[in-house]
Write a protein that binds this ligand. Structure first.
Ligand code: SAH
Ligand code: SF4
Ligand code: F3S
Length: 452
């Protein structure tokens, strides 16, 4: 009977409830956010309740990311900060979860600053690890699994607005792009049973959520007992009329016509695709092991736009990958220009130990060159985002209210189906409402609207 872990027997039949306070900071991708929600669910059964106040926590954890070196550097700083709370609370436990736990393993324990290290597939063991840990005896589980999907666990949602929920549909990645650490930190790709996905989506809708984002590193390779991603998406859309469905991330090599047509066929599937291009140059794409060409990528964008002319398209790109010449970088600028992305995440290449690129190609682009290229790309994307937003001036869009705008609480904010952030003056509506807004003005990041 698991809850007994959170109870201590007093005398006779009396139990004293010992609720421990658990604080978790989450870094990295949306899948990590969802994993944190799974960890809260697992530990809730053992008497750990969530706190957002680090000072009152009995257990402090960071769910970490290894995607770039600066992501890891940030965590080291947090570990030192977490340790400052030990003075006031000697029995405090500090845990490192997620991708950095998986990548660094013992090296984290060797610092003497961490009591628990748990990789992304080891969260069911957290109650045991916490029970076993004691002064001078840290605990670690970094086993990767071929089966674990946490499919049976209903995550404890940690977002504040209560409107938008993440559902992981798969874990791991088999693509092994040469620069990427994810296949090593998250292990082999596995798809979650679609019954549990649809059930969780229905639970979210029952709890008032109005938008669901299905998550995977490469959702296009979802496959469970003959159900592919397009079919899964249709299943969820059919089960939840009136709830918006989004997903992330598509891999350009795998995004299928069937998926694009399914998105167009269901009114509640949002017309938004995150399609990371990484580079616009074929030699670099090959060296990255992305397994598509610039021409293939264009053809996919053309297909998306022919079926859904209003589809928002965003991307990720890396600049300064090993041996990238100035001319090759210009190909990334030109693909951005030609596609005209609505938004983009752009990064300097960061060598990750153990990856194919780290083993085979020198990280030979000087940091000043990387940063100059990155700034050039960011400046271009700012212009493209502004141009994209200007095309919407005068248009009327349905948006889902997320809550008050950060800048001015008298304004509400929410997104269009294509993923653009809108703000408008509104004293009537509340989070979870769908409203029609008209675009009056814009910045490169936001559509400034009024109720239509
Ligand atoms: N599965 C997704 C990407 C996940 S990682 C996909 O395949 O598109 C998110 C983004 O981080 C990547 O799209 C890439 O642009 C960036 N990234 C990954 N590894 C990186 C590295 N070593 N250096 C810099 N950026 C990196
Ligand atoms: Fe990394 Fe490539 Fe997998 Fe994306 S598809 S997670 S970039 S290996
Ligand atoms: Fe980071 Fe791991 Fe996600 S490396 S981006 S948290 S899968």
């Amino acid at each position: 009977m698991p809850p007994l872990q959170g109870l201590a027997k007093q005398d006779g039949n009396q139990y004293l409830c010992i609720v421990k306070k658990l604080y978790i900071e989450t870094y990295g991708c949306q899948m990590n956010v969802n994993d944190t929600e799974v960890v809260f669910a697992i530990l809730a059964k053992y008497g750990y309740s969530r706190t957002e106040d680090i000072a009152e926590a009995d257990v402090i954890m960071a769910n970490t990311c290894s995607i770039r070196d600066n992501a890891e550097q940030r965590i080291w700083g947090r570990v030192d900060y977490f340790n400052t709370f030990r003075k006031a609370k000697p029995e405090l436990r500090i845990g490192i979860l997620g991708c950095m736990a998986e990548r660094l393993k013992d090296a984290l324990l060797d610092t003497g600053k961490v009591d628990i290290v748990a990789g992304p597939d080891a969260y069911r063991c957290l109650p045991d690890l916490l029970a076993a840990v004691s002064e001078g005896h840290p605990q670690m589980n970094v086993e990767l699994s071929r089966e674990e999907t946490y499919g049976d666990i209903s995550p404890v949602r940690i977002d504040r607005n209560g409107v938008s929920a993440f559902i992981s549909i798969m874990r791991g990645c088999n693509n092994v792009c040469s620069y990427c650490v994810v296949p090593y930190t998250r292990g082999a790709e596995r798809s979650r049973d679609y019954h549990t996905i649809v059930r969780e989506a229905c639970e979210c809708a029952g709890n008032g959520y109005r938008e669901i984002t299905l998550l995977g590193q490469n959702v296009d390779s979802y496959e469970f007992e003959g159900v592919n991603f397009a079919k899964l998406l249709a299943m969820v859309a059919e089960a939840l009329p009136g709830v918006r469905i989004r997903y992330s991330t598509s891999h350009p090599k795998d995004i299928s016509d069937e998926l694009i047509e399914t998105m167009a066929a269901w009114p509640n599937i949002c017309h938004q695709i995150h399609l990371p291009v990484q580079s616009g140059n074929n030699r670099i794409l090959e060296k990255m092991r992305r397994r598509y060409t610039r021409e293939w990528y264009f053809e996919r964008v053309a297909k998306i736009r022919s079926v859904m002319p209003d589809c928002g398209i965003s991307t990720d790109a890396i600049v300064g990958f090993c041996s990238e010449t100035e001319e090759e970088f210009r190909d990334t600028l030109s693909i951005f220009e030609e596609v005209g992305y609505d938004s983009a995440y752009m990064f300097n290449y960061s060598e990750r130990p153990g990856t194919l690129a780290a083993r085979n190609y020198p990280d030979d682009i000087p940091i000043e060159v990387k940063t100059r290229r990155l700034n050039e790309l960011i400046a271009l994307q700012n212009r493209l985002s502004l141009e994209s937003n200007r095309r919407d001036l005068g248009g009327v869009f349905e948006v889902l209210v997320e809550g008050p705008s950060k800048k001015d609480p008298a304004d509400l904010c929410g997104r269009t189906g294509s993923g653009k952030m809108c703000v408008w003056r509104d004293a009537v509506h509340k989070p979870g409402d769908f409203v029609q807004v008209k675009v009056l003005d814009c910045t490169s990041a936001t559509l400034l609207c009024e109720l239509a």
